[in-house]
Design a protein around this ligand. Sequence first.
Ligand code: PLP
Length: 395
Amino acid sequence: MMGQDLTPLLRELDELDRQGLRRSCRRVEAVEGGRIQVDGRWLIYLASNNYLGLTQHARVIAAAQEALARYGAGAGSARLIGGTFPPHEELEAELARFKQAEDCLLFSTGYMANIGIITSLVGQGDLVIGDRLNHASLIDACRLSGAAFRVYPHADANRLEEALHQRRNQYRRVLLVTEGVFSMDGDLAPLPAIVEIARRYDAWLLVDEAHSTGVFGPAGRGSLEHFGISTEGILQMGTLSKALGSVGGFLAGPKVVVELLRNKARSFIYTTALPPSCAAAALEALRVVKEEPGRRERLWENVRRWSSGLMQLGCELVSHASPIIPVRTGSNGRTMELAQALLEAGVYAPGIRPPTVPEGSARIRTSLTSLHTEGDLDAALGAFRQVCERVAVSR
Ligand SMILES: Cc1ncc(COP(=O)(O)O)c(C=O)c1O
């Protein structure tokens, strides 16, 4: 960079400004229940994926503290070199049990898990097919893999089958990739149909359970459990960073896949292990998921209360099938104006614009946790009502 002309970069930033796409981080000073403090003001927090409130659970925090004291602040090394600690191994065993899989491998983040899983399983001569609304980590991994990459329209199992019907014979391996619950739309993939298609066309299936782990299914195992689908042979990716309240990613699946990833996934091999304290926190969080089903019940009560309140206000919801409830807002500019007005009215709910979502589908993405009280939700609905009256929102 030294001595080089940086004005083209400034122009890029100006262009983002012009399109209403410039981004910045907002500093959160404190978190308490369903509220956060920003610039000294307490706001109702509708932007967290901490669905069960476990980032703040006393037992989860104590487990992390104990591991910090015992193993130190960081792992100090990659897993294969000397960075495997008891919490890593215990968590992998526990996740494998929870996901009803043969084995499990941890990654430092969910993003890195997706990169490592997909690039290890398919390459040149193979085909990977994904939902058009798949998360960026899945898309990046598909591109990086070197396999032929096709997308099908969102949640459209018929179009997926058409693609396989036309192309299956031209490729050695085929990998189907979908989220269980979509991160920006909050709806579910048609998994029963996708699983059946995968079996019929002899394709592997990777389900990203980032937003469904801990939330969906009678035991919180995820969207496969929600649909009553056997996990046998299915590759279940997940993250520790959402309902499990920590950080890290994982793949639960057949032993041979896990062993291959351990030997081949570059985003596992060439990076320092997850801090043992994060693994210990997630391990305790998993126990809480099992022991405190009331948290999941409260979350779902909040989903019902919040979505029906928004609909009564006349808001157009993208979906209300999960704790992610996005409100359609139209243009990028109007979306950001609305997010700002909500902030002023005491609600932190982010505006989501392209490229995170397709062009023309900007939205306010609200997400709920079990920690939101009825009072929080009613106050947030009051703020939405007030703001909707000022800034026309799809009414
Ligand atoms: C569907 C999906 N997959 C993967 C990830 C990446 O997970 P992580 O935040 O652990 O990197 C996210 C969220 O960030 C996500 O929403």
